[in-house]
Design a protein around this ligand. Structure first.
Ligand SMILES: NC(=O)c1ccc[n+]([C@@H]2O[C@H](COP(=O)([O-])OP(=O)(O)OC[C@H]3O[C@@H](n4cnc5c(N)ncnc54)[C@H](O)[C@@H]3O)[C@@H](O)[C@H]2O)c1
Length: 423
């Protein structure tokens, strides 16, 4: 029987632990947070937003296939495979903080036995598995990577909120520090996943795959933004044009938007270009996407005049629709741009209470008893805004639909100017 230790029981790690247990393996989940560990050992998932997770955790714990512990070292000493999925933290200036992954690595190293396979799934800069984590494991354990233990990287590409669907669909990319590590990791993932398992040349290739796919999306959105603004100035129906362009199989234009947020897409391009100033396109794309807040402010100024003292409502501060997550949200860039132009910045988000909005630098706005706002900007296209009634906002002159999510006709009927991105 294979025993797996999963280190980091968060939004991704706990579903992985449940998946492995569901495939009949013995799983020991490891986390530094004792309340997380206790909840799992009671058969309860502390991650509430993942469909199917709670039932899977309950079943795996009841069947004795999943246990949790704060003692990563003891878990590793019993494990044939260790999967590490703790976050690499990134500061607002995009410098990386390796403390979580380094301390998880130390704890694993202290329990490491000969023959164990260690796979890192946390997104990492190219070279980290071989150059930083392998030597750290070796130094603490006294064992030699590639000789005494196997070491591989396999990027986690699934999307929180639909993890179990994605685990069935997305090919699992696997690259070891040597051929034997790749083979071992491929064998492991074939045991625990239904999706195709896809070996690549080495750990660096696997690390790079994740950075390439996320940077591709950022660059694509920057292109979509520029094309949308270009087209909108020339009587183009941009939505139709993109759909038509994408009917050609080589064209995959993404949707334009007021910003790219979250832990991944705006962050991982930095993992590439922080290490190589010769990469010209990814930083340019980042800058273009970051400037969309300034675009909205310039548009508002052009339409309503100076924003000095003007009440402006930002709808949705989350980084994307229908999540309670504000990591690297483009709402913050928009807030700063609005404040710099002198506007009074209101914020509304059904996922964040008033005090939270206040702590983020927005004046909380109550849609049930709306204050005056001359401009409203849709920043996150939450489902709750689908029936947004612009006629209810006193003094509203301009609505900027930063996600092209609402129907222009509603605004036309209310006599309020509507501008989307490229429409
Ligand atoms: N969230 C996503 O949508 C997503 C998607 C794809 C890939 N990823 C990757 O997964 C990683 C983890 O993301 P997440 O959303 O699961 O994070 P998370 O914040 O939900 O959970 C991380 C868990 O790791 C634990 N942890 C921190 N340091 C630890 C240590 N030293 N030892 C043991 N446990 C430790 C934390 O207590 C927490 O429970 C990300 O950094 C990213 O590389 C995330």
């Amino acid at each position: 029987m294979t025993t797996v230790a999963v280190v980091g029981l968060g939004k991704i790690g706990l579903p992985l632990a449940a998946q492995f247990a569901g495939k009949g393996l013995d799983v020991i989940g490891c986390d530094v947070m004792s309340e997380v560990v206790e909840s799992i050992n009671r058969g309860r998932s502390h991650i509430l937003e993942e469909p199917g997770l709670d039932e899977r955790v309950k079943k795996a714990v009841a069947e004795g296939r999943l246990k949790a512990t704060t003692d990563t070292t003891a878990a590793t000493s019993k494990a044939d495979v260790v999967v590490v999925i703790v976050p690499l933290m990134v500061a607002a200036d995009h410098t990386m903080d390796y403390r979580n992954i380094d301390s998880a690595t130390q704890a694993v190293a202290r329990g490491l036995r000969r023959g164990t396979l260690i796979v890192y799934e946390t997104t990492l800069p190219v070279g980290t598995t071989r150059q930083r984590l392998g030597p750290a494991l070796a130094a603490e354990s006294g064992l030699v990577a590639g000789v005494d233990f196997h070491l591989a990287f396999s990027p986690e590409r699934i999307y929180a909120g639909r993890v179990f669907d994605d685990l069935r669909k997305y090919p699992k990319i696997v690259g070891g520090i040597d051929a034997a590590s790749t083979d071992k990791a491929v064998e492991f993932y074939r045991q625990v996943l239904d999706a195709e398992v896809w070996p690549v040349a080495n750990a660096e290739t696997a690390e790079f795959t994740k950075l390439a796919e996320t940077t591709y999306r950022d660059v694509n959105i920057a292109l979509a933004n520029q094309l949308a603004l270009y087209g909108a100035n020339r009587d183009v129906n941009v939505g139709e044009a993109f759909k038509a362009a994408n009917s050609q199989p080589f064209s995959h234009l993404h949707r334009p938007s007021i910003g790219v947020g979250g832990h991944c897409i705006p962050v991982y391009p930095h993992f590439l270009f922080n290490a190589d100033p010769d990469l010209r396109l990814p930083p340019l794309a980042r800058a273009i996407n970051e400037e969309m807040g300034a675009w909205a402010v310039a548009l508002a100024t052009e339409r309503v005049g100076s924003l000095q003292g003007v009440p402006v409502l930002v709808l949705g501060v989350a980084y994307r629709a229908d999540v309670r997550e504000d990591a690297f949200s483009s709402a913050f860039r928009l807030r700063d741009e609005l404040k710099a132009s002198g506007a009074r910045v209101y914020g509304h988000d059904p996922y964040f209470p008033g005090e939270h909005l206040e702590s983020m630098g927005f004046e909380p706005y109550d849609l049930a008893s709306p204050a005056q706002a001359r401009v409203a900007i849709l920043q996150a296209g939450h489902a709750a805004y689908r029936d947004f009634d612009p006629g209810k906002i006193p003094g509203l002159e301009l609505f900027v639909d930063g996600r092209n999510a609402l129907d222009r006709a509603t605004f036309d009927r209310a006599g309020i100017a509507y501008v989307g991105i490229g429409r």
